[in-house]
Design a protein around this ligand. Structure first.
Ligand code: NAD
Ligand code: TDX
Length: 331
């Protein structure tokens, strides 16, 4: 297998490349990454001899065509991924997430290659806190933010290229990931690094919004299961039954890091803030046999806290820049 991984220097992509390099020794891996503020080539230093790295954008038709021509399959992680940034400046989201996906689709169509497109549960909008329903593959797309609208747009392009041009593609929509190498702009690493630097965790609004947490390794195992056993043209929802509100996550972090339970502050809310996400992953489990290995969030968070404790060099610079942006946004 010659696999092209887009966005392989970001959070989920890095974990995917490290894991795949270790578990699939005969696969040839190439990473295409634009190295935006969220990408870090050093993440892949331990596999540098084993992985070809190309610095470039998925929105660049020439580089995409050349790389797709010489692979068997593409796993497409590359995207602008942070909701707060998309509310500040939507354009990079349109360029990377929509135009970038279009460029890849045209290349896999031209060269008849397999594509697995990585997407998010946010494309389905949000649920009420007391709604017994969870998202399924049949839930209508109803995105709220420029980020989720750009991901929903990309999903629609993939579905259209499957139907109209017979492109060999699968899609997955996953819930909120946590684990090592996640950028400190995101909720869990922001709060861990706040606590490590003596700053109170910051909850948007009243902290009652619910996310369905999954460890990044469980997400990536599901991606490999779909790549190897998924049916062409199908969408699979990925989730690990990890619903918790943001207050509960902060309470766990404070407890695991030895701080008082009331040591947090409420800050101004995100405009249009989705209330709740929840995934029904029955289809994925039934068709591929995938099950999550991290079902104990305390154990997953303990491992994640240790990683941030041990890798201050990795996050200190990004932390300073990120908190400057948050101060400007009043959050
Ligand atoms: P991230 O922001 O940590 O990493 C994104 C990577 O893509 C970075 O390395 C960046 O340099 C690269 N990139 C951005 N624009 C690019 C471009 N035009 N060309 C090439 N590379 C580019 O994001 P992440 O959290 O690792 O998310 C990866 C994918 O998973 C995204 O598609 C995201 O929508 C999806 N997803 C994320 C989550 C989550 O909880 N983080 C959940 C579900 C789905
Ligand atoms: O400081 C904070 N305080 C806070 O209360 C931050 C950064 C976030 N929050 C809240 C907002 C959300 O309710 O925490 C929750 C999680 O926030 P994010 O980490 O920004 O994630 P979210 O907006 O839910 O989107 C994430 O999951 C789906 C990823 O960033 C997306 O890439 C993925 O598609």
């Amino acid at each position: 297998m010659r696999l092209l991984v887009t966005g392989g220097a970001g959070f989920i992509g890095t974990n995917f490349v490290l894991r795949t390099a270790a578990t699939r020794p005969d696969w040839q891996l190439t990473v295409l990454d634009a190295l935006t503020y969220a990408g870090n080539r050093e993440n892949l230093a331990s596999v540098a001899g084993r992985v070809d790295f190309v610095h470039g954008s998925v929105a660049d038709a020439d580089v995409v065509d050349r790389l797709v021509a010489s692979c068997d399959a593409v796993v497409h992680f590359a995207a602008e991924s942070h909701n707060d940034n998309s509310l500040d400046d939507p354009w990079p989201f349109l360029e990377s997430n929509v135009i970038g996906t279009y460029r890849l689709l045209e290349a896999v169509r031209r060269h008849a290659k397999r594509l697995h497109h990585i997407s998010t549960d946010e494309v389905y909008g949000d649920l009420e806190l007391d709604d017994p329903a969870r998202f399924t593959e049949d839930t209508p797309l109803n995105p709220s933010s420029p980020y989720s609208a750009s991901k929903a747009s990309a999903d629609l392009l993939v579905r259209a290229w499957v139907r109209s041009f017979g492109v060999n593609a699968t899609l997955s929509n996953c819930s909120n990931n946590y684990g090592p190498y996640q950028h400190v702009e995101k909720f869990i690493p922001r709060q861990i690094t706040n606590i490590l630097t003596g700053v109170k965790p910051k909850l948007y609004g009243q902290g009652r919004n619910v996310r369905d947490w999954i460890h990044v390794d469980d997400h990536n195992d599901a991606v490999l299961a779909i790549l190897e056993r998924g049916r062409s043209g199908e969408t699979y929802l990925i989730g690990a039954d990890g619903e918790l509100d943001n207050r509960a996550i902060v309470a766990l972090l404070l407890e695991l890091m030895g701080k008082a339970g009331d040591w947090f502050e409420l800050v101004s809310d995100r405009p249009g803030h989705d209330l709740r996400y929840a995934i029904d992953s029955s289809k994925l489990r039934a068709e591929t046999g995938w099950t999550p290995r991290y079902q104990d969030i305390r154990a997953g968070l303990t491992q994640t806290i240790s990683w941030y404790r041990d890798h201050e060099d990795w996050w200190a610079g990004a932390k300073a820049r990120t908190e400057q942006t948050y101060r400007r946004l009043g959050r």
